[in-house]
Design a binder for this molecule. Structure first.
Ligand SMILES: [Zn+2]
Length: 570
């Protein structure tokens, strides 16, 4: 498995620069990962570049042999990239990326999709099981709508490209495609408006942490037709289109630039204005840049190894388990969905589900309810969070306790152009009704609760919206006795949801602390087998979900003035 020397040659030949501050390492249990070089004597400051990868070295549908075979519509998509990867991989040494592709596994064995039936039982009734079901549906859809038609329509030329001796049925099977998706989805990045998704050598070797050290940065806003990041021949055309659009209202022209994300087409209007004096901004590279100071630590004379982490995005443990095959205990981005329970309550009361939220628009017109929108909710929630009335002491266990200093850098991410996580199409879950790692409830859940209580006969006081916000999410006990009837019934409804969610687990009510005990027993000094490490990840997902339910229940008890020492669930 020692493929690093060939990979280093590949990096050199493709002008991929890697800082001497980092070492690329391999171990059987950890796979490839990146360590801080033992030669580094001082901390690495924020914005220190650790790697520059020319965009020309990125493997994407448009840079691969697939370029002219695949319909333009799919060039930037995951399906297009997976097909490009399959083709290049089959080319073997004839692919310019062969020494990079040789390092990749044939599939991500630890992903939840590849667990056997007994192993999947471990996560039954967790959010991971639901997320896997949705991901499987996406996979089938991607195969049926993009891959299969592509293989069908391009059979002759694809066969000629990959070689007649390749088994066609095997190469084009759903299983081969699913394996490839696991490899590609776990390491692709969103590169820019022209390339879309791509595989970026070296950038994908950094492992994930919810307290990451580095960010992946590229300039996203480039010409969508040619990838040029400065002026190009399409500028005039784009300006004409923009002007034409103003004249003709919304009439769209099929030959116009695709609007990948809202707002990006605005760039065409001031494309000649260099709005950033940072010279790095003009570079046509994908960069790995230090996001927060990387400290190193010595114990006695022995310097400990220090892995350098990226973030694959604000993903929950259940999402991480499905996509990457690992989970993080007390992951800062964890959440638990209560949607199924909430929907069941609505059904039982005959309240239509669809009336509340229509896309981003609040359409519920219940009288007397003071309108609070999502921004307001988040402002208040965050404001209260920063007062630190409850120190959760969240720490991702074991991974990094070197005492990095927070440099107060939050919300200033875009120093060198856009910073992108590994691309996660299923990320987000924006409209989900959920509780978070701290046991707080999110806007959508709270909104549904309010409507439910109003519809089931609660008397809506105009201040109920604000009251529940203050009482539940910050839970000062002094307010507990002054709850209005509506607020009280909202919290009591939440208690019902929490209990129903709790009862879904087929584990007889094991507490998070009990799962923690089992997890800590599992952390022996010996290396875990694949099966043991799957079990451990399943237990972590369960422990996280149980803990969220416990914390939410405690908040409810506190708000209702119930003694905390009463048993959590019975
Ligand atoms: Zn152009």
């Amino acid at each position: 498995m020692e493929k690093i020397p060939d990979f280093i040659d590949f990096l050199l030949e493709n002008d991929i620069e890697v800082s001497p501050f980092v070492d690329i390492c391999y171990s059987p249990s950890r796979g490839y990962h990146v360590l801080l070089s033992p030669d580094v004597k001082n901390s690495l400051a924020r914005n220190t570049p650790l790697a520059h990868v020319p965009k020309s070295a990125v493997l994407s549908a448009s840079s691969s042999v697939l370029c002219n075979l695949l319909s333009e519509d799919h060039h930037r998509s995951l399906a297009g990239l997976v097909l490009a990867y399959l083709m290049e991989r089959k080319l073997g040494n004839r692919s310019p990326w062969s020494r990079y592709l040789d390092m990749l596994p044939s599939r991500e064995e630890s992903c939840l999709r590849f667990w056997d039936q007994e192993e999947q039982e471990w996560i039954r009734e967790t959010d991971a099981a639901d997320i896997l079901r949705a991901a499987d549906e996406d996979l089938v859809e991607m195969y049926n709508t993009v891959a299969a038609p592509f293989f069908e329509s391009q059979k002759a030329i694809v066969r000629a490209t990959i070689g007649e001796n390749v088994s066609w049925d095997n190469f084009t099977s759903k299983k081969t495609f699913a394996d490839a998706v696991s490899v590609v989805a776990a390491r692709c990045f969103e590169i820019d408006a022209f390339i879309g998704l791509g595989l970026c050598p070296i950038a994908d070797l950094f492992n994930h942490s919810d307290h990451e050290d580095v960010h992946f940065e590229t300039r996203f806003e480039v010409c969508e037709w040619c990838g040029n990041n400065d002026t190009c021949e399409h500028d005039a055309q784009a300006l004409r289109e923009a002007a034409g659009e103003n004249d003709n209202g919304f009439e769209s022209d099929d030959s116009g630039p695709l609007m990948i994300e809202d707002g990006h087409n605005d760039e065409f209007n001031d494309i000649t204005v260099d709005d950033d004096d940072d010279s790095d901004y003009d570079k046509d590279t994908c960069d790995i840049v230090v996001h927060r100071r990387i400290a190193f630590s010595r114990q006695g004379f022995v310097q400990r190894t220090r892995e350098i982490f990226n973030s694959y995005g604000p993903l929950s443990s259940a999402q991480l388990l499905v996509k990457y095959g690992f989970a993080i205990r007390r992951n800062a981005h964890d959440y638990l969905s209560l949607e199924r329970e909430m929907r069941a309550l609505y059904r039982e009361e005959g309240i239509p589900w669809h009336r509340l939220i229509d896309g981003d628009n609040y359409v519920n017109g219940d009288a007397n309810m003071e309108h609070v929108d999502q921004d307001e909710w988040e402002d208040v929630s965050e404001g209260e969070e920063s007062e630190g009335e409850e120190s959760e002491g969240e720490e991702s266990e074991g991974e990094e306790s070197e005492g990095e200093e927070s440099e107060g850098e939050e919300s200033t991410e875009h120093d060198h152009g856009d910073s992108h996580h590994k691309a996660s199409p299923e990320e987000g879950g924006e409209g989900e009704l959920k509780i978070e790692m701290s046991g707080r409830i999110n806007f959508h859940l709270w909104d549904r609760l309010v409507l439910y209580c109003v519809r089931t006969g609660g008397s809506p006081s105009p201040s109920a919206y604000h009251e529940i916000l203050r009482v539940f999410n910050s839970a000062p006990s002094s307010l507990a006795n002054r709850l209005s009837g509506t607020s009280r019934s909202i919290i009591e409804t939440l208690v019902v949801l929490l209990s129903r969610r709790w009862d879904r687990y087929p584990d007889g009510g094991i507490l998070s602390a009990e799962y923690d005990y089992v997890i800590s027993q599992e952390v022996a000094s010996r290396e875990l087998t694949d099966r043991e490490s799957r079990k451990r990840n399943a237990l972590i997902v369960l422990a996280n979900e149980k803990e969220m339910l416990e914390l939410a229940k405690m908040r409810c008890n506190k708000a209702l003035g119930i003694s905390i020492r009463q048993k959590l669930y019975i």
